[in-house]
Write a protein of this length. Structure first.
Length: 190
């Protein structure tokens, strides 16, 4: 889906904590950007930012990113239950997109839990939902790691190791399907 404001190209007029102002044709656009963007931008210099417009009942916010990949990851993160635009921006300020995707691919909930605002359940949801997205895009992981990753996600959701292992017995498929199957077993057994 194309957003109403897909990118902004202009001159950086102001830089503050968590945001910048870009002047375009006499209009100053306020954008919230990750810390990595703030470190690369300079007042008076040209900037091209790929944007995401978030509309809520209490207002609108424009988020800006140096690359389309970073914007895409931001949009994927806000699609995860419990993660809003501010939380996704804080995560992208704390970890590079490459390291975030590597942590997801490895099912590394410990790294994800170190990110601002990410607890054990959110870390598990990130692994579950982003792994499913990566697998659907063809970035399939080795079969031997799928069971381990499903187990890690269940543990991050707060299930006991023995209960999680029993629920995963005989469940096959991509990580997301394994976790869904295990959760159905756990839910059906209670």
């Amino acid at each position: 889906m194309i957003t109403p404001i897909a990118r902004i190209e202009g001159t950086v007029a102001d830089i503050g904590p968590g945001g910048i102002v870009v002047m375009v044709g006499g209009v100053g656009y306020g954008l919230q950007v990750p810390a990595t963007a703030i470190a690369r931008l300079r007042i008076g210099q040209p900037a091209l930012l790929h944007t995401h417009l978030a509309l809520r009942e209490d207002g609108a916010a424009l988020y800006g990113f140096i690359t389309t990949e970073e914007r895409g990851l931001f949009e994927t993160l806000i699609g995860v239950a419990g993660i809003g635009p501010r939380g996704a921006l804080a995560m992208l300020s704390a970890i590079s997109p490459r390291d975030l995707l590597a942590a997801v691919a490895a099912g590394d909930v410990t790294t994800l839990r170190r990110l601002p605002g990410v607890g054990p359940k959110t870390a598990g949801r990130i692994v579950l939902e982003l792994r499913g997205t990566l697998e659907a895009q063809g970035d399939v992981l080795p079969p031997s790691s799928l069971q381990d990753d499903a187990l890690a996600a269940l543990l991050a959701l707060g299930y006991a190791p023995a209960e999680a292992m029993r629920a995963l017995e005989g469940v096959d498929g991509p990580t997301e399907e394994r976790i869904r199957g295990a959760l159905q077993r756990i839910g059906g057994g209670r």
